[in-house]
Design a protein around this ligand. Sequence first.
Ligand code: NAD
Ligand code: UDP
Length: 362
Amino acid sequence: MVEFPPPRPIRFPPGGTMNDRKLVLVTGGAGFLGSHLCDRLLADGHDVMCVDNFFTGRKQNVEHLIGHPRFELMRHDVTQPLYVEVDEVYNLACPASPVHYVHDPIQTTKTSVLGALNMLGLAKRLKARIFQASTSEVYGDPSVHPQTEDYWGNVNPIGPRACYDEGKRCAETLFFDYHRQHKVEVKVARIFNTYGPRMALNDGRVVSNFIVHALKGVPITIYGDGGQTRSFCYVDDLIDGFVRLMKSPAELTGPVNLGNPGEFTIKELAELVLELTGSQSKLTYRPLPQDDPRQRRPDIALASDRLGWQPKVALREGLINTILYFERLLSSPERAANGSHAPARARGATATAGVRLAGGQE
Ligand code: NAD
Ligand code: UDP
């Protein structure tokens, strides 16, 4: 059995003494990224209002925050207007896994577009700065590699992924129109594939699928020949990028790429997961979904120059942490509920049993 490290302590300062203490709205705050963002904002001394309709998010992701004096949780669908008083808005509400966003594509477009309109209207009324969780999917199946922010993308507007890709593109349009027309201070991040603890067991994205399949000893499903590439960012790195972008000077509107530039084929990812879990799972090949991008890697020069931001957690290190989380979730779902995890950096030394630490990649 793997011995689990003690949960990562989340330090909550008393609040009230910070000069820049804010009440921050996080939409999609009970999701994978949103829940980590709530933790970070509370740890930084802010008050957090978490809004979610629980489509793909879970109360367990934030249950460790319930009762915290500076945290509140509200069930709300961002396709409806929201009347609250806050100082800043992070707009993350939207299913992010292809499996979930193609499930109800019309609702996905509504969430992206009406959600952006409603949150921008709120930000305009409150004169609040607003952050948008945009995506590398705005580049579609890119013909420019690595992707720079000035590349306009190659998106099929009528394909199955269009509800997400075009929804997010339209949301970006709205953000920049509100900025030009109403002087709203906007911060648009284009997020590349991110993984880590608190991804749902049924999330359907590649990292969680491969780890769960490997831990269960069932075949790992590779779509296509596995030669397509992605770049994988560990969640703690990404959240640090969010906060840096939000705090940056007003003229830095973005879009800014946030992701880890290390590029791997999907087959390489499967092999690394097998190595780290010690699983005997076989690789099995399935048809490539329509419009699945063939390659993806962020150019992060802008984030590096303007935010001083660089991802620090290597794929091997982040995967070990994520494997430990899923091991715990599979063996005892309630124990893993809040996805507490040791900092990836400190993890390696204590991993045992199923998680193998030897080997070369990175
Ligand atoms: P997630 O599915 O875990 O979180 C999304 C959250 O939004 C969930 O809690 C869900 O219940 C909530 N939500 C969905 N529709 C809503 C609605 N209409 N009203 C209120 N809440 C709603 O996904 P995630 O990975 O945490 O992604 C968060 C954001 O980051 C999304 O906007 C996604 O597009 C963006 N993003 C994520 C990645 C990634 O790799 N994780 C990459 C690119 C962009
Ligand atoms: N993929 C895969 N097996 C899976 C899940 C995904 O081979 O079980 C592939 C998918 O076809 C894509 C890549 O992994 O090429 C990343 O998929 P994901 O759904 O994580 O995110 P995307 O980057 O496509 O939005």
